[in-house]
Write a protein that binds this ligand. Sequence first.
Ligand code: ARG
Length: 412
Amino acid sequence: MPEKIVLAFSGGLDTSVAAHWLRDQRGYDVHCLTIDLGNLGDTEGIRERGAQAGAAEVDIVDAKDDFLRYFVFPALQAGVMYEGRYPLATALGRPLIAKLLVDKARQIGATAVAHGCTGKGNDQVRLDVGVQTLAPDLKIVGTTREHSVSRDEALAYAAEHGITVRQTKEHSYSTDENLWGRSIEAGILEDPWVEPPADVYLWTRAMEDTPAQPAIVEIRFEEGIPVALDGEAMDPVPLVQRLSDLGGEHGIGRIDMVENRLVGIKSREIYESPAAVILLEAHQALEQLTLTKPQMRFKNTVAQEYSDLVYNGLWFSSHHRDLAQYVVSTQRHVTGDVRVRLWHGTTTVIGRRADRSLYSQGLATYNKDGDLFDQSHAQGFIRLHGLQAQVQAQAQMLTEAGDLLKLAAPED
Ligand code: ARG
């Protein structure tokens, strides 16, 4: 009896060749697992190529709702953005894929799992670490990593073995997509000086093609989770899809950056993440009303730690669990509405209100009417606030004070 292996299968050229190779060269009974995290496309074609590659089965699992509920929304609550710009769509999908590979392997009694990640990227790390953490006994075969073939060789292999792969424009790049965003890399993008050609973008319109009129959307959050658009309660998948479509139409969510991969390579990446950009912006606006200054500051530190952990594939860890508990605790009062304007590539928050807001117009107002702030307290407060600096200047810094001025305005 051949051993069973579960292959993470996209139905594209590389994984179709991998499926055939695992059976032909490695003697495995190959079970393909295709995980739908959004924008899966042609499921018939996926099944067909699995069959052509000689797989015992092609199992297509819809994991969109779980992906949003258990991976994306916690990350939104945390406010994660890798290196300040990347909403981590691809990175957030990987631990779920790892978990589903393991579940499938257990269900059919497989001894191994396989994926088609290259040896230069982050995705191999995330999948391997996920599987290794959840099921240390399973073997992991990285098909492309162990047996790298050029695109032409892969095409020739597919043709020789009767696997029909559609040539698409997308093939000039390496892409990954799910509901939270689309990642594009390689090809001409490897030169960071070159502007991305128009065909890189599939979800977002170029600025010149965006509508003349803005779209205004009201987003309701409950404890940091988006639950309704324009007063209509919505489940996670349609809510995110709607914002993604609308944002894309208005050219929102294009990101072009050079990032630091875990394996030490700097890489040029393009992202299209309209829903993520809108929701992160709106969520932050609500936190501005509902969190105090130290909460906001410390939560920012946690967000950076959280982002790195997600990026580096350490989702299944106690450190993550601990950070997540803190984040959930901060969200207790992040309930309210945010109104955003989507227009010509920009998301602008134009209104916000919270059920238990810390904002007090009575304290903030410059009008005399209804002013609750006693300005006579300010003077004494400032005296004490500045006391340390004053004492120190007199005792230690009198001679240095001039230097500080020079630092501020260096002479030539
Ligand atoms: N650089 C991004 C990340 O590491 C995107 C990776 C995209 N993956 C892909 N197979 N094209 O999360």
